[in-house]
Each structure stands twice: as C-alpha cells, then as structure tokens.
Design a protein around this ligand. Sequence first.
Ligand code: HEC
Length: 175
Amino acid sequence: MNTRNMKLVLPAIAGLVMLSACGQNDASGENAEGNSEAASAALPSGLTVKEQIDARQTALKNVGKAFKAISDQLKSDSPDIAIIQTAAASIPTETEGMADWFPEGTGPDSGVETDALPVIWESKEDFLAKATDMQEAAANLNSVAQAGDAAAIGEAFKATGGTCKACHDKYRLDD
Ligand code: HEC
C-alpha cells in the first residue's frame, strides 16, 4: 500500500539491529477473544486499526533497516558514503506524520499485535514530544550526511539513536 517503503533497497542487512530488536512476536492478527471487530474499525485516518498498526510497523521497520545500514558503514574501514546518504535521507521521509500514527484505539487492547504500550495514550504529549525530538535529530543527521563528513555523521547518528531509545525505553514493549 505504501510504495515509498519499497524503494529502499540496501545491501547486506542481516542479523539484529541494536535499535530494532523488536521482540517480534508473530502470534499476530486478531486474538482469540475475537477482537477483529475493533481491529477493523475505521479510524479518523480512514484506515482500520490493523492497517494503521501495520503501516507504522512497516515504516519503523524501514527506519530500523536504514539505521542498521548507517551503523554498518560507520563501523566499516571504508564507509560507503552513498549508502549512508540514501539511508539518512529515508528516515525523515519514513517518519513523516509520525504524530498521527498512534490514534486512540491502536494499542494492545485492539487485539492486533503491537509493541506500543498503553502508557502512550496516558502521556500523549510527552510521546509526541519524543517523536518530534527524533524527527529533528533525523533531519540533522540527513543534512550532515549529505554534507559528507564522516565524523560529524557519527555524532549525529549517535544523537538520533538516543532519541529512538528515549521513546522505546518508555513506550515500546521489550526494550
Ligand atoms: C515517539 C516514540 C518513538 C520514536 C521516537 C521511535 N520509535 Fe521505534 N517504535 C515506537 C513504538 C511505540 C513501536 C512499536 C510500534 C507497534 O508495534 O505498533 C516502535 C517500533 C519500532 C521498530 C519495530 C517495528 C516492527 O514492528 O518490526 C523498529 C525497528 C523501530 N521502532 C526503530 C526505531 C528507530 C531506529 C528510531 C529512531 C530513528 C525509532 N524507532 C524512533 C516508538 C518510537
């Protein structure tokens, strides 16, 4: 559905990504309690709950891959700057509109498999502030990457990773 998610083809993405270890739990979909009604309810976005959750998970998976691609290059003896630039450019695009990805009704109570913790909806303002922090850090990482200075990229990458972790520590299951 989201074709821009397909354009990022990065080589050699294997293994676990530090920041993307996501406690994957594939007992997915509607649970035994028959929450499929909630899962298929339409949200203000027009998506069903399941579509909304799938869309954010796909986008975040892509962000995780981009992060891994950058990390791999930064660890390499001869970083491929073009790979870093492509990956860094993808993160602001992938996370555009993140503030709208977690509408009411898309938590674990929906019956759809999600690692989003209910506390998100009790601290929405703080959660959204953390999303903004990440978007700002990712925008900076992208500018620095396009400028091509490896040391500056390393710093901006670390700073961005800190903003991912700040949110995951509090709002994502299994971190
Ligand atoms: C504002 C909070 C927040 C920020 C910032 C954030 N995440 Fe997440 N992330 C989440 C939540 C919540 C989930 C669980 C989503 C779900 O399962 O519905 C998640 C899930 C993920 C996943 C697993 C996706 C899947 O289902 O396989 C990856 C990978 C990920 N995030 C990477 C990142 C990276 C990399 C960054 C930083 C560039 C980042 N995230 C920034 C909240 C955040």
